[in-house]
Write a protein that binds this ligand. Structure first.
Ligand SMILES: [Zn+2]
Length: 223
């Protein structure tokens, strides 16, 4: 199978874990969206009985609208997708590379409460290598959507596979869902772990195990 066919196949697969957005999702500009969301936020706060003439509260609807469109849910907009430049693997590094402890700030799509955690990404270098900070950017882009952790894990894996032209990618996310930790059952200690293993990671238990060992390494720069 050549690389083009492979990409086609991946894009086809990816549709099964796209975020459920409508086709008209980007017909409105960011400014239009912010104005509409601002009005809705006013309605919510007013319904709750808040006095929006209060000095501390009066800017809140606008602030929340801006935060939703530009930051918290900014990753819905494909125009913000990071360019994933890769380099030729001229130094022929052929082992696993692990980028661990990437910060995850996302939002649970069922409660719109924060998901906070860490992502660990591994890949087996083949022809291409990717700039390290690009992995943080991938995580950040897909995290800035209303999400479920399983989908986020798969989207990051797929983006890495597409950028690197290899299936040999593993992604693990360990995250706290504030909808579980801070409300409802209030289980402050629980966290959710999801993993996606592609290519050689799928069936090679030793490879999987060394990835997990790498993620446990303590990197400490203090004395
Ligand atoms: Zn939730």
């Amino acid at each position: 199978m050549n690389s083009f066919e492979k990409t086609e196949e991946r894009e086809h697969q990816s549709s099964s874990f796209d975020n459920p957005i409508r086709e008209d999702a980007f017909l409105k500009s960011d400014d239009e969206k912010m104005s509409i969301i601002e009005k809705h936020m006013e309605g919510i706060l007013e319904t709750l009985g808040m006095d929006l003439k209060d000095d501390s509260l009066k800017g809140t609807p606008r602030r929340v609208a801006k935060m939703y469109v530009k930051e918290t849910f900014g990753g819905l907009n494909p125009s913000r997708e990071p360019a994933l430049n890769t380099f030729n693997n001229t130094y022929k590094y052929g082992e696993m590379l692990v980028e661990k402890n990437i910060v995850v700030y996302s939002t649970c799509e069922h409660h719109l409460m924060p998901i906070i955690g860490r992502a660990h990404i591994a890949y087996l270098s083949k022809d291409k290598v990717i700039g390290l900070s690009k992995m943080n950017r991938i995580v950040d882009f897909y995290a800035k959507r209303p999400q479920v952790q399983e989908r986020l894990t798969r989207q990051i894996t797929s983006a890495m596979q597409n950028a690197l032209g290899t299936d040999d990618v593993a992604v693990l996310i360990d995250a706290k869902h504030l909808c579980v930790n801070a409300r409802g059952i209030r289980d402050i200690d629980s966290s959710t772990v999801t993993a996606e293993y592609g290519g050689k990671f799928k069936n090679d238990e030793a490879l999987k195990a060394s990835f997990l060992t790498y993620t446990q390494l303590k990197t400490d720069f203090e004395d």
